[in-house]
Design a binder for this molecule. Structure first.
Ligand code: HEC
Length: 155
């Protein structure tokens, strides 16, 4: 390979890389559908951090119910990306489940109560984050394609 063709190859590689980066940046703006219009704001972002701290071990890094603990549990943590169910549950009820545990909605007590752990409005921030788990909703924490769930931050 002479230096001219080397330079050409280099230019082609650069162009390809540029296209790749541009492709990743282009974020399709998916309009929110369904009830309410939840958007990523600081509350959801704070909820995302809390989720990584307290919830991901069971509900999984992207809310699919596939956290580390899930393997050993007789009642599996819910798939929180399951829009149909969570959309039908009010913010107040979701916050109550988080604070008082599964029994609040006649669910398994294997969903622990976080009322004593969370402070101030943290349960509401978690609700705000859970609302972003719906497929096609913009996710906090990353610049990723809006159709993909962003993994919770590592501890
Ligand atoms: C020890 C494992 C565990 C942890 C930690 C955990 N959960 Fe759960 N969660 C569960 C299980 C199990 C269920 C399902 C109970 C059932 O189906 O009866 C559940 C259910 C739920 C539900 C009800 C879902 C629905 O469809 O109604 C919500 C909301 C929820 N969890 C949110 C959270 C949040 C937010 C956190 C972190 C603050 C968290 N969970 C931490 C195990 C866990």
């Amino acid at each position: 390979m002479n230096s001219a063709s080397g330079a050409r190859t280099f230019a082609v590689v650069l162009l390809a890389l540029g296209a790749l980066v541009a492709g990743c940046r282009a974020k399709p703006q998916t309009p929110a559908t369904g009830t309410g219009s939840y958007s990523v704001n600081w509350e959801a972002t704070r909820g995302w951090e809390l989720y990584g701290q307290y919830c991901a071990v069971c509900h999984g890094p992207t809310g699919r119910g596939d956290g580390y603990n899930a393997q050993a549990m007789s009642v599996k943590p819910r798939d929180l990306t399951d829009a149909a169910r969570l959309v039908a549950t009010s913010d107040a009820d979701v916050a109550a489940v988080i604070k008082n545990g599964g029994a609040e909605l006649k669910l398994s007590p294997l969903m622990p109560a976080f009322g004593a752990t969370l402070q101030g409005r943290e349960a509401d921030y978690l609700v705000a984050y859970l609302r972003t788990l719906r497929p096609g909703t913009e996710k906090p924490g990353t610049d990723a394609d809006a159709s993909q769930a962003s993994p919770a931050p590592a501890k």
